[in-house]
Design a protein around this ligand. Structure first.
Ligand code: NAI
Length: 330
């Protein structure tokens, strides 16, 4: 079975080539994104394998169907970039990797918290320039602080457990509370209460029409002044313009993001010699209390191995007409 892989980097090729032994899957790697301009490349492929920023809207999916594509294999968990109804209309199956390493993402959220709090990124640069001063490096103890977690699925639950290890009080919000977490002392509360009581808020829910801009002018007003806001989930959970206003007013004291609303044009690319046209990210980067990483929370050896293994298994299940255990549908 021939599969066109889009948006691939050296590490994708390394891990997929290592796992793709005796599967009967013939992979062609493309560097570029799958979008309206690149659909011609899919001619002759029964399946496409895509990542978080490939745009599988109704037009792209109609073209895929025209070219005979019958499978969209996401090599990620989130599927907000795929028009599932369009896929169903054209009888194209969609599969994903539901959990490759909840720890990878949860631990990265903790890395953002610790870096923003203890300013190790600044200390590192200072010391390299023989500046051993501690001025303006003051942090706070995590012990005893209240952490609000929005979305306690696989990643959110792992994050709750880690923060309890720091002796934080953990509040949570999720339409489906996790009983095991409740037994271990995580307190489920209404969103407004979580916003007003938390010193740190971390987002771990998926991006859906309901959760888009969950963090906006109104919700920021309800937060504690100086709150730390962490987003490793999807960029559009936060209304970035409202977050910038919150930062300017000091309402948001720290912002750590691994995802960004307009990340498609920027993330995963080396643009160090380019003039960045995105004014919003440039404004965000100008704040001393904002830390941005470019969608790397998943990026551990363990997660890459699991992504390759499960994606190839999903494609083989489709090829061999076995039930698709990781199918997503409208
Ligand atoms: P999951 O499906 O296990 O958990 C999501 C949880 O969010 C569920 O418990 C669900 O009930 C809850 N939820 C849904 N809507 C909600 C809302 N409006 N408010 C509060 N809770 C809500 O998903 P998992 O594996 O924990 O992943 C979470 C998100 O993390 C993914 O949707 C994806 O966007 C993001 N992600 C980011 C990565 C990165 O590298 N930065 C890598 C992998 C996932």
């Amino acid at each position: 079975m021939k599969i066109a892989f889009f948006n691939t980097k050296s590490y994708d090729r390394e891990y997929f080539d290592r796992s793709n032994k005796n599967t009967g899957i013939e992979i062609t790697y493309f560097d570029g994104t799958l979008n309206c301009e690149t659909t011609e490349l899919t001619k002759g492929y029964e399946g496409v394998c895509v990542f978080v920023n490939d745009q599988l809207n109704a037009d792209v999916i109609a073209k895929l169907a025209e070219h005979g594509t019958r499978l969209i294999a996401l090599r990620c968990a989130g599927f907000n970039n795929v028009d599932l109804e369009a896929a169903a209309r054209h009888s194209i199956k969609v599969v994903r990797v539901p959990a490759y390493s909840p720890n990878a993402v949860a631990e990265h959220a903790v890395a953002l918290i610790l870096t923003l709090n203890r300013k190790t990124h600044k200390a590192y640069n200072r010391v390299r320039e023989s500046n051993f001063s501690l001025e303006r490096l003051t942090g706070f103890n995590l012990q005893g602080k209240t952490v609000g977690v929005i979305g306690t699925g696989k990643i959110g639950a792992t994050f709750c457990r880690i923060m309890q290890g720091f002796q934080c009080k953990v509040l949570a919000q999720d339409p489906y509370p996790n009983k095991d977490l409740q037994k271990k002392g995580v307190e489920y509360v209404k969103t407004d209460e979580l916003l007003s009581r938390s010193d740190i808020i971390s987002l771990h829910c998926p991006l859906t029409p309901d959760s888009k801009h969950l963090i906006n002018k109104e919700s920021i007003k309800k937060m504690k002044r100086g709150v730390m806001l962490i987003n490793t989930s999807r960029g559009a959970l936060i209304n970035t313009q409202d977050a910038i206003k919150g930062l300017k007013k000091g309402r948001i004291g720290y912002l750590g993001i691994d995802v960004y609303e307009q990340e498609e044009e920027l993330f995963f690319k080396d643009l160090s010699e380019n003039i960045i046209q995105d004014e919003t990210i440039m404004r965000l980067m100008s704040f001393p209390n904002v830390l941005i990483t470019s969608h790397q929370a998943f990026f551990t050896r363990e997660a890459l191995e699991q992504i390759a293994f499960v994606t190839l298994q999903n494609i083989q299940d489709f090829k061999n007409e076995r039930p698709l255990k990781n199918e997503v549908s409208a």
